[in-house]
Design a protein around this ligand. Sequence first.
Ligand code: SF4
Length: 448
Amino acid sequence: MNNKKKPNTPTIPDTITKSNKRTRTQLKPKPKPEPEPEPGLCDIEDLCFKEEQVAEIRECLLKWYDVNKRDLPWRRVEEGDGKAYAVWVSEIMLQQTRVQTVVGYFDKWMAKWPSVHHLALASIEEVNEMWAGLGYYRRARFLLEGAKMVVEEGGQFPRSVNDLRKVKGIGEYTAGAIASIAFNEAVPVVDGNVVRVIARLKTISANPKDKATVNSIWRLAGQLVDRHRPGDFNQALMELGATLCTLANPSCSSCPISAQCNALSESKRSTSTLVTDYPTKVAKVKQRRDFSAISVVEILDGEEGTEYTSDSTSKILLVKRPEEGLLAGLWEFPSVPMDGEANVVTRRRAIDKFLNDSFGLNLTKSSNIVEREEVGEYVHIFTHIRLKMYIELLVLRSQDLHREKGKGVMSYKYVDAKAVATMGLTTGVRKVKCMVFSIQKVTICFIL
Ligand code: SF4
């Protein structure tokens, strides 16, 4: 248990500013109406940065950024619509993904779709294929839908945060990034790095996930943002969090704004305080445990009786996931959710029922099963889900699967078995594919 006392540590009230202000104002004998605060102005005294602090932070941070900023491909694009598109794509890719990984994806993406107009003509299949391995596929779908929307509205990017927010998939953070970096609008941007830096500068001990805390940090970031170089300032603050003011090992001795940092001063005054005490650590949400039986269904070409070898020509069955929910609209091997750990009999029963219901294939009577083999288990981790997959290979010589079973049947397709090896598929599906192919001795196999 941590009983350390944190001196001079402001916590953030549930309601900020206006109600507090009114209360104070009502105590005066002749209240004067107060002017509306400028957007971004901070109006709680103990949480505000002083004017001289703001000036100092802006100057020191921008100087540091000019010398130390990382050379990233989206930073080389000139201001304007091209820049807006590059910032948009990179910011969406960077959500939940490391910069080093994003650079390669970004370059390939821009080579294929160099402008929002090119992207608007793409299909969701192409976009998902390009996104394969980055995860959180909803982001790719929103990029495509947003591009179509921008083009339908005339093809020019909205210039302000308010207008950018109307584009599908663009939230407050991305709108702020595009508006400030591409169009020089003096608006703040707050990501996890900025939350951490500001929480340390102001020794904010409130839960950084609480809405009131987040709102206050946006407001403080709005107070700090440089009016002349808002895009550079926002990037500098994020860059500081990503490179120096890191979660576990901040490099305070190299920090350009250490003179303004309350957490650092506190840690010097009291050995019981560390700068890493800020922001407060929040307990992680417990992961849900899901289970799924996967059947990699391979349909052999050739007549009954033909010997099955790894060189046989065949097709692999892929089905499309529902358009809503996890991995919406993506292609995968047939899978059936299980209630928990399941033995092979239970799993096969579930797969058989699925293939019968979806494709009218009665495996219990079918004499067309060439091979049915347990391949293994694989655990795939999503943010809040730990999915355990039981994988089998089911080799059939059957025409039955080629027929659709009435209306509303799920989308599916057959893909040449060798072509599957090079298709853009989700990391989980690729792993399954790899496991299956390794038992078939197919050598084309890659996993991120
Ligand atoms: S002095 Fe240290 S804790 Fe404070 S902002 Fe700089 S790196 Fe972060």
